[in-house]
Write a protein that binds this ligand. Sequence first.
Ligand code: SF4
Ligand code: SF4
Length: 422
Amino acid sequence: MISQISKDKLGPKYASMKEPIEACVHCGFCLPTCPTYSTMGDEMNSPRGRIFLMKETLEGKIDPSEIDPFIDNCLGCLACVTSCPSGVEYGELISPYRSWSEEQRKRGTLEKLQRFALLKTIPCPDRFRAASKIASVFKPVAPYLPKSFGAMIELAPSQLPEKQEFDPIYPANGTRRGRVALLIGCAQQALAPKINQAAINVLTRNGIEVVVPESQGCCGSLAMHIGASKEAQAAAKKNFEAFPDDVDAIISTAAGCGSGMKEYGTLFAGADEEIADQAKAYSAKVQDVCAYLDAVGFAPPENSEAPPIKVAYHDACHLAHAQKIRSAPRKLLQSVPGIELLEPAEWEICCGSAGSYNIEHPDTAKELGKRKVKNLMATNPDVIATGNIGCLTQIEFHSKDSEKPVPVVHTVELLDGWSPGR
Ligand code: SF4
Ligand code: SF4
């Protein structure tokens, strides 16, 4: 395929799209691991098909509106990147493409309203809490509402845990071996603040001082994922100011946030030099909690009384595919006495959560969620572990009808000595 796309024409903001388009040799090795190809079965909903469609559109041969449905169907899971033998960086194509196409798109009122609701509630824990309360009242009428509004209400938790405040600094236990800043996240902060608490416990117990910047906010990953790059940039800039420079790493406990923050270089491509450099410096410090602990050395919790537990590990796409982190969480879990690690089939296939995908595409998300739960439950676990709040919520939601539902926890909770009934 000879591309007619000129970087000059695209401009610096979108120049990264050219490389993946030209690197794709159309071999099709990525097709079996693509969840939309696997569920929908057509070329246009495969990575190869989407790359071709984006190329044709950027070359001006197809109107962007004609390919919108196929681009929207993509979960951005990046399983295609893991399975591509030619090293096609699909992530460097789909994110800027979504942002580019968003600039020319005319959305209907209902769609605009839904995106507005998503961008104004999920990134803000207080609004998210209030919206969840309202949603719980409307649960009985959810099936009668427009599909994605219904899904938003159906997926909203009926009850949320107590709001938790964090101290600005948690000193290391014993000799200080490092100093990190923790991103507490937005949806996670409302849905499961215990995950951040577990991360603080594990890090400090392992000699790491933890700073929790008070004025931090959402990292912007959700907005980035749906092509709302202005909102994503505004969120990122707020955190550039909020996070201190004198830390060894910026720790994320949510795979989606970690991978989004590592993409700030692409998000700010073409921005003025000072902010682009700031974005690159910030991104370079971002580390997933398990990868960081594995690198600095992790001592398992002393929990000799805890009974042995079988843990089915779910690879979050934004950890396994986007950040290439698969061995660190497994290694850490296996070092905890009493944990037996179980590996489900189809590890590479997305669970259907994917940011706001389960709200915008509820049918596909449901099919993928049920398939994931079936594979996880087939291992006969006592507990399911994963490194992303979105996956955790999706798996929990779709496993509630299982014959014997099991708890779903974040990996770091197990590293903090979680055991059934604790
Ligand atoms: S595996 Fe890679 S090169 Fe082959 S079709 Fe997929 S993206 Fe293109
Ligand atoms: S990101 Fe995921 S859904 Fe999108 S094309 Fe790649 S494998 Fe398919």
